[in-house]
Design a protein around this ligand. Sequence first.
Ligand code: FMN
Length: 199
Amino acid sequence: MVRRRRMVRNYDPERPMLPELLERILNNAIRAPSAGFSQGWGFLVLDRRADVDRFWAAASPEDGVKHGWLAGMRRAPVIVVPHANKTAYLDRYAESDKGWTDRDEARWPVPYWDIDTGFAALLMLLTAVDSDLAACFFGIMPERIEPYRREFGVPPEFHPIGAITIGYPADDVRSPSLRRGRRGLSEVVHRGAWRRSPG
Ligand SMILES: Cc1cc2nc3c(=O)[nH]c(=O)nc-3n(C[C@H](O)[C@H](O)[C@H](O)COP(=O)(O)O)c2cc1C
């Protein structure tokens, strides 16, 4: 499943997604790990054509139309937008077993709210592959966040970390980024230490 997963940017418009497959994907998303079991995420699910079209109207990057990479993406029958809720984490960690009652964000080594929502997103990507579907995680540009929020009434504490198209794959053009090649273990893994200490 891990080897088969890749971001797919073109979908078969003739093949709608079975509702039970979408439910399977969502049920797996909430199995993701989360700091303090905060589960501070929220998922906007768009599975009606009119809603998917409203998403693209609100959230498309300007240059997406220019470069055409969105043409195939727009054919996806389903979009899931995973949101992170920082407030849920600050609240959870202010509880007595954690004790961070000052709610100071400097305590957080990295934004766990984004990390956990990303874990949930990856589970959705993998579940799509396991269901013979295809998916693509992509960013919503900063200037499109407010129009997106307004269109779908997203509460202020929820921040979209990106969006995921899901559907049956159609012929796809591979991303030019892949020409970079996959960095190998010898480049990215440091065994025992990052650098050998001198001597
Ligand atoms: C955080 C994140 C943001 C991404 N944003 C975009 C995007 O905006 N548009 C897009 O086409 N692909 C996007 N991708 C997909 C990457 O280009 C893709 O994962 C990478 O080229 C490797 O290809 P693969 O996932 O098919 O193995 C994104 C991936 C991640 C993890």
